[in-house]
Design a protein around this ligand. Structure first.
Ligand code: COA
Length: 293
């Protein structure tokens, strides 16, 4: 291809370039990241690396962003990597390898200790030192509780007040686990809730907590909890008032006063880390699906 491509990095301040990335991700993955514009905008820590053609189309992209994790009680400076895509006509000529090199070198220079990504193509990343971390979710019976304040309100992300309420809690949240969790990451929580219409966000006033959850048959699936202090799962279940017997939790349960049976999680994407040995990630663990990126 004789066409000249130009490399741009950190280009989100240019609305046309952000829209060009949104078009690329829409064409390749069928997702609409411009939804973020009504949720407070993209993560300000994002550092996108992209190739653009002369017409301003984004041809290839790979982005890094800051995603501090708590791993066994320690806050670890972590870079997440996302939005990796190349337009079909431009694949197989090294564009993605070039962008991966740039993004990982940038993260190293910025002093990120650990890198993390989710992918259905783990082989792409092994030569850069990424290794798969097995994930587990936790299944069991709904715990009993003496908690009486059965009250919850479904939140609607089309409502600006509800966005503000969730954003405030996310900004001041306690990590959902001491073992393995994001310390802070609001943008993906909100975007994931919009991407999947089956995800319910409920506000529990008595616990001042936002719960991300779903129902699957006879089971409540607890995806994440945003709260200044993580409540017990028994109290959450009582406040949600759902008359179901079974519960599945998609993050480590150390703060919940409850533990289910750990079962291997067979999601469509593997969790990979770099800069830390996968055996240093506590087992069993899982990154909340509300933090998917
Ligand atoms: C995956 C994708 C980004 C690769 O882009 P690309 O520009 O063709 O990749 P490159 O030419 O830079 O190749 C990089 C390396 O990845 C390898 N590779 C390419 N596609 C691969 C795949 N599907 N699985 C494993 N390895 C792959 C190449 O063989 C090459 O290896 P080498 O450098 O050792 O020869 C592109 O095919 C794409 O956009 N696919 C759809 C979206 C996607 O899957 N994104 C990744 C999400 S994690």
């Amino acid at each position: 291809m004789s066409e000249r491509l130009s490399l741009r990095q950190g280009y989100f301040a240019d609305p046309k370039a952000f829209q060009a990335l949104a078009d690329l991700l829409h064409d390749v993955f069928g997702i609409d990241i411009t939804l973020q514009n009504r949720l407070g905008g993209p993560d300000p820590s994002s550092m996108p690396f992209g190739y653009f053609d002369e017409a301003g189309r984004c041809i290839a992209n790979f982005s890094a962003f800051s995603m501090p994790l708590v791993i066994e009680g320690r806050v670890v400076k972590t870079a997440g990597f996302q939005s990796g895509a190349v337009r079909p006509g431009y694949r197989g000529r090294g564009l993605y390898r070039d962008l991966m090199h740039r993004a990982f070198a940038w993260a190293d220079a910025e002093g990120f200790e650990v890198g993390i990504l989710l992918t259905d193509k783990p082989d792409l990343y092994r030569s850069f030192g990424f290794q798969v971390v097995p994930q587990f979710h936790f299944c069991g019976n709904m715990p009993k509780t003496s908690f009486r304040k059965v009250h919850s309100r479904d939140l609607d992300l089309a409502n600006a007040d509800d966005i503000t309420l969730v954003s405030d809690i996310l900004a001041n949240r306690q990590p959902v686990s001491r073992m393995f969790a994001v310390q802070r990451q609001s943008e993906m929580f909100l975007l994931n809730a919009l991407f999947d219409p089956e995800i319910r966000l409920s506000y529990l006033p008595a616990l001042d907590a936002v719960i991300g959850w779903k129902i699957d048959g006879d089971t409540v699936q607890l995806l994440d909890i945003a709260a200044r202090q993580i409540p017990l799962v028994a109290d959450i279940c009582a406040a949600l008032g759902v008359p179901l017997e079974r519960i599945e939790v998609f993050f480590p349960t150390d703060r919940l006063g409850w533990s289910g049976d750990a079962k291997p999680y067979a999601g469509s994407c593997a969790l990979m880390v770099r800069g830390i040995d996968p055996s240093a990630v506590p087992t069993p663990a899982m990154l909340s699906p509300m933090a998917d990126f």
